[in-house]
Design a protein around this ligand. Sequence first.
Ligand SMILES: [Fe+2]
Length: 556
Amino acid sequence: MVLSRPASLHAAPVIPARTMRSAAAFRDVRVAAPAHGSAGRARRGAVRPRAADPRSVIHNTDADDTSSATFRRRLSLAASTAFGAASLAAPALADELSSVDLSSVDPAVAGVGAAALAAAALVASRAGGGGAGPRPAGTATTLPGATPMTRGAGESDDSKRRGYLIAPPPLFPLVPAFARQTYRYEVDPGRMWFFEQKQGIGLGLNVSVNVRMTVIKLKTGGLWVHAPVAPTQECIALLAELDAPVEHIVLPTTLFEHKIFVGPFQRRFPEAETWIAPDQWSWPVNLPPAFFGIFPTGVLGRDAASWEDEFEYEMLQPPALGVASYVSFTECAFLHKPSKTLLVTDAVVYVSENAPDAIPDADLLESGDDNNFTIGALKFLNLFDIKTKAKARTVTSDDMSEAQRLRLGWQRNALQALYFGPSNLLDPEQSWARITNKLLVAPVVSTLVYENIPREVDDWARRVGKMGRFERIVPCHFDAPIRAGPKEWNAAFGFLPSSRPEEGKEGRYYPDEDMVLLRGVEDFLQGTGVIFTDESRPKYGRINVRAEERRSAAKR
Ligand SMILES: [Fe+2]
């Protein structure tokens, strides 16, 4: 069953089909700067004249006035909350019984949590005021040296259907739940393409990133598909236009945001071989991949694949991260030798002014609105001393042009994805300047994952850095391809074993003020035993025993 997008639940305007930029031009403009490169270099195409952008026109209509926007926010909140509740019955919402991840939690616990969050959201939404009163006059400014925000030029096709129903577990409600637009980018003419879709967190938070599937044409003439995205009709049509058979589907991680579409993708291409990272898991019941419709041809690191003459790969296989003795954060990094490209999943990111096409302007404008749900909730709870910061402001989103609000929205959106809660969501320029235009491990990954398994991550990063002379890196989120090699890769892991500064010292890797919430969350999760430390990690369990054996072997 494939559903078309219910217009009432998604305020994002329909974006007309775009013309694909010529491959050469695209490659020139899209390749990101190295970590030490010029921060002022535009990376993703010429600045699109906002007035000529059909999305801008849509947002300049009366339909987007304050009351309508408030209504849209509340509708979106209600819809995502309803979705979160509905996903408690996840198996019943299967797309042909295919795209359901049956990871679940106690329905009663999740239901109470969802209801409490929804109630808080509605209260906060009202407290935020929706239509604000008069604002002090002023002019929005940016820090000197900030690069102009640009959007890419991926190809999409409105004539193809985008409906795709997913039902992820309620504690991690992935959105969009009903439809996903796909953008295709040709990176190397005739050899490498990106397919990108939006991926966000539900429950009205409006925090999204792009999720990227990379497709490489092998010497055989067939396609090697890395980390599949939702196989909507549009996505499949864009893939079919490459006029080559899908020969291999690769699942490079154990995380369900990249796993959820592997089964459906495999059914679309039953002739393809499917290769999965080891140690796949589900929670609270640890079910085999076949239960989720994934029937692997082989397991990476264990079984030989026919494409291995074109790739090298190194596996991160750490001990259990937390929650249960089998929950691991496994990732496989691939070096595509012909193109000298390193493919990773969540290991590193490069964040810049380039808002992904996959995130609609409506979402960015919502994030750039000072009266949105998140800021309303922060004000309601007065977190990060936001009320004082709000009073001190001379410029608000009401004073900004649409382009300025789009940029502010992208900053807030990206910073929330990276930190959960940066120090100043109202005016994020300082935080933005310190995290952008460099290759780095996302703070949420380093804090909640890597710093808890530092030895294994450090060992893996070193092995990847020695794998070969790669010249660019392609992660599954944010900018890509990033022009970076082993030097930049190694530097990105320079925070290990911990990014926390010594007592009384300033953090060198991340700004300490932005890490307050994440480190607090880490302390809480470690203190309650949700995230394991070496001391609290169960000694039993296959992956823990294996990791211990590796550590012992390394000592010898
Ligand atoms: Fe990811």
